[in-house]
Design a protein around this ligand. Structure first.
Ligand code: 6PG
Length: 472
């Protein structure tokens, strides 16, 4: 492919909201960029929104590719799945060896692994880059998780660092690792995101139905918490939800929304993969299941009339402060589980992840950014090989302090019949993980009894079998 008239350093394919905003962000930082989309409307929008930069896009892919300087660096922001393969197949015949393709959608990590191999064989340098922060993040500073061909990172480092969110002047981007590591880390980010969102929903339920709080009172609780150690992006937007009026009815919009949560799949993938690599993610799994439970509306309504609604929470003195402790404890479990999955995946898939860097780049720009990320960053800085966050002395001290109250608010909610799947999973996960001897010896005995699957003994090496049905 000829490179005559090449002008632009970076190109974007897919000029939907995310693609346009990221491109505008790059242009704001002085990078020479252009875009391609098959939709005339998207090209027009780019021209309108990018007036200040005289940003023009190309409708024809050949012209777009031809307008890029070498090595041609193309970011894809198209929906995950087949479209990514279609776009790659369309552009690769127009590219030269060493050119760089960056898939920035929420692609399934196994697809990214496959694409990395296929493209490497053809001599292209491929990246799977997680982007978090939504529309606003893409425009003014996302958290970026690029993983892929390391030799290409110096080419894209400056632009990524320029557009990324900054915390204490440090960019929320770092080279994550080879292959699909960037998409794996983004997927895990979303698993944590699901868990924290579900914990906020359960907290809302406890306050509204368990304690009878009004929306205004709930807003005030979240606002107060957001001024303390629970300060986070999700807490901040959640408090705002309780202020937003519906134009149609004049009521708060939150009360007019159906209680059925949708999902695009990244949370489910996190749970599925964690099962594959045998890392327990109880809190995250519970949040994925909660979205599925929410879809069973008819069944839930039928069973509510059969068994009755949840009751009120009794003995509520100082409950709000105790609930804050339970939220902190359970939130920590979500981050700890996600990081434990990354720790295992790093070994399993040779990602060689830098856990401290991951915590660091999640401190800003992304959906799970939170005050707590600084604590997490410090824990992994102290010990980069930490298997589990609960092993860190400072974290241990923080979760120990509120443990008694955490147990009592979760117990009170369960006693009232309020569903708290994530809170319950968080405490159960913790209790199991701190149990030196679990009852799994019985499971082994049962397996050996009905299937001769053998067991191991505590007093000697090797595997054993017993004739269980010949009871002495
Ligand atoms: C982000 C978000 C983003 C997206 C989720 C929504 O980090 O910016 O996670 O990627 O909003 O994919 O996921 P669900 O549709 O599955 O809730």
């Amino acid at each position: 492919m000829s490179t005559t008239n090449s002008t632009y350093n970076f190109g974007m394919i897919g000029l939907g909201t995310m693609g346009r905003n990221l491109l505008l962000n790059m242009a704001d930082h002085g990078f020479s960029v252009t875009g391609h989309d098959k939709s005339e409307k998207m090209l027009q929008l780019l021209e309108e929104e990018g007036k200040a930069h005289n940003l023009k896009g190309f409708a024809k892919v050949e012209e777009f590719v031809n307008s890029l300087t070498s090595p041609k660096t193309i970011i894809l922001l198209v929906p995950a799945g087949k479209i990514v393969d279609d776009v790659i197949n369309e552009i690769t015949p127009l590219l030269n060896e060493g050119d760089i393709i960056i898939d920035s959608g929420n692609s399934y990590y196994a697809d990214t692994t496959r694409r990395s191999k296929e493209l490497a064989e053809k001599g292209f340098r491929f990246f799977g880059m997680g982007i978090s922060g939504g529309e606003e993040g893409a425009r003014f500073g996302p958290s970026l998780m690029p993983g892929g061909e390391k030799t290409a990172y110096p080419v894209i480092k400056d632009v990524l660092e320029a557009v990324a969110a900054k915390v204490n002047g440090e960019p929320c981007v770092a080279y994550i690792g080879p292959g699909a590591s960037g998409h794996f880390v983004k997927m895990t980010h979303n698993g944590i995101e699901y868990a924290i969102m579900q914990l906020l929903a359960e907290t809302y339920d406890i306050l509204k139905n368990g304690l009878g709080y009004s929306n205004t009172q709930i807003q005030q609780v979240f606002e107060k918490w957001n001024n303390g150690r629970l300060k986070s992006f999700l807490m901040e937007i959640t408090k705002d939800v309780f202020l937003f009026k519906d134009e149609k009815t004049g009521n708060l919009l939150v009360d007019e929304i159906k209680d059925q949560a949708k999902s695009k799949g990244t949370g489910k993938w996190t749970s599925q993969i964690a099962m594959d690599v045998e890392v327990p993610l109880n809190t995250i799994d519970a949040s994925v299941a909660a979205r599925n439970l929410s879809k069973l509306k008819d069944l839930r309504v039928e069973l509510e009339s059969a068994f009755g609604k949840a009751g009120k929470i009794e003995n509520v003195s100082d409950f709000e402060a105790q609930l804050e402790e339970a939220f902190f404890f359970s939130m920590v479990s979500a981050y700890a589980q996600g990081m434990h999955l990354l720790w295992k995946a790093s070994k399993e898939y040779n990602y060689d992840l830098n856990m401290a860097e991951i915590a660091k780049i999640w401190r800003g720009g992304c959906i799970i950014r939170a005050e707590f990320l600084q604590d997490m960053y410090e824990a992994y800085q102290k010990d980069p090989n930490l298997e589990h966050l609960y092993q860190d002395a400072a974290i241990q001290q923080k979760i120990q302090t509120g443990l008694k109250h955490t147990r009592s608010v979760i117990t009170a909610s369960i006693t009232a019949g309020i569903a708290v799947p994530c809170y319950a999973a968080a405490i159960t996960y913790f209790d199991t993980l701190k149990t030196g001897r679990m009852p799994s010896n019985l499971t082994q005995a049962q397996r050996d009894y009905f299937g001769a699957h053998t067991f191991e003994r505590i007093d000697s090496e090797g595997v054993f079998h017993a004739e269980w049905n010949k009871l002495s």
